[in-house]
Write a protein that binds this ligand. Structure first.
Ligand code: HEM
Length: 300
């Protein structure tokens, strides 16, 4: 910010102070030429130039004729030598650089010769590592037709009537459409129904308490003539009668083990089935020998 003693003013619009402050330096204005001075009223305005004879003489002028004569003199002079005669460039022993010749016109290259079959290298032969077997060569028999029966399927099973008179007729691969011999269970006898029946806690064994079962007793309860069907498994005897209509393999299959030890046949058919879980509520007792049974009877 300027000091307070400074004053800014516009020439001609504001009157200059009569006496400038002592600390402000003023430049002495040049003396005005009375001939050029047209501003009598305000001497501070910019002086305007006026054409006078005095002024005209002081302005330098050039004539075209003079210039032309000097040109003629210049033309007669030899051109300046470049580089200068005493320059380091000229002093150097290197020959003067010749102007570059224009590059030769590119001529169209002839196309490379086409490789002939004889000039081609044969493809490299692949050698498989010793631990890898070579893939089988593709043959037309592996091609899968887009329509029709798939070639990798087995023979179509013969579902028509048995051709008794033609022994050479193609035999079906499976005797029945149910290879696991599962039967259609009657309504209310699904595996879930059996599971629910077991959970109810109904006595399915047919006895009030666990019984010591002798071989003769087991043989006797074979499910015929109104007798219950018992079967033993790992030393325990079960009443399989209530389970007969629930057996997925059919009642007839299950009857095969009635009155005897069923472990062998059971394990041959479906070892993944848990006998004890399936028939837990059907437990009759344990197998004992005839002697053991008589001895234990005496003790009782
Ligand atoms: C007494 C004990 C038995 C019980 C608790 C029992 C239970 C079962 C069960 C739960 C299935 C269905 C298996 C599955 O769907 O995977 C089944 C199927 C079958 N069972 Fe039994 N079974 C018994 C004894 C037998 C016996 C002694 C035979 C044959 C002699 C037999 C023959 C079959 C057959 C043929 C099937 C259908 C095929 C299969 O599922 O593999 N079962 N049985």
């Amino acid at each position: 910010r300027p000091p307070s003693t400074w004053r800014l003013f516009h020439i001609g619009t504001e009157a200059a102070p009569a006496d400038p402050p002592p600390d402000v330096k003023t430049c002495p204005s040049p003396p005005l030429d009375p001939a050029t001075d047209t501003s009598d009223a305000s001497p501070q305005t910019t002086p305007k130039a006026k054409h006078t004879a005095e002024n005209a003489s002081s302005i330098p002028s050039f004539s075209l004729a003079e210039h032309e004569s000097s040109d003629e003199e210049e033309d007669t002079l030899p051109p300046p030598s470049f580089p200068a005669l005493n320059s380091a460039q000229r002093a150097s022993s290197q020959p003067q650089i010749a102007p570059m010749a224009p590059p030769p016109k590119p001529s169209l290259m002839a196309p490379p010769p086409r490789p002939t079959s004889s000039s081609l290298m044969p493809p490299p032969t692949r050698t498989l590592p010793s631990n890898l077997r070579a893939l089988p060569k593709p043959s037309t028999s592996l091609n899968v037709p887009s329509s029709g029966p798939l070639p990798n399927r087995g023979p179509v099973p013969h579902r028509g009537p048995p051709a008794s008179n033609n022994s050479l007729a193609p035999q079906p691969m499976f005797k029945t459409p149910n290879p696991r011999n599962k039967v259609t269970l009657t309504p209310g006898h699904s595996p879930l129904d059996w599971a629910n029946l077991q959970r109810e806690g109904t006595n399915l064994s047919g006895v009030n308490s666990l019984v010591r079962v002798t071989p003769s007793m087991l043989k006797h309860n074979n499910g015929r003539k109104g007798k219950p069907a018992w079967s033993s498994y790992q030393g325990k005897v079960y009443n399989i009668s209530p389970y007969l209509p629930y057996h997925p393999g059919g009642e007839g299959e299950l009857r095969r083990v009635a009155g005897k030890d069923g472990e062998k046949l059971f394990m041959e058919t479906h070892p993944w089935v848990n006998w004890e879980n399936m028939l837990g509520e059907c437990l009759v007792g344990v197998v004992v020998s005839e002697e053991q049974a008589s001895r234990l009877e005496d003790m009782d």
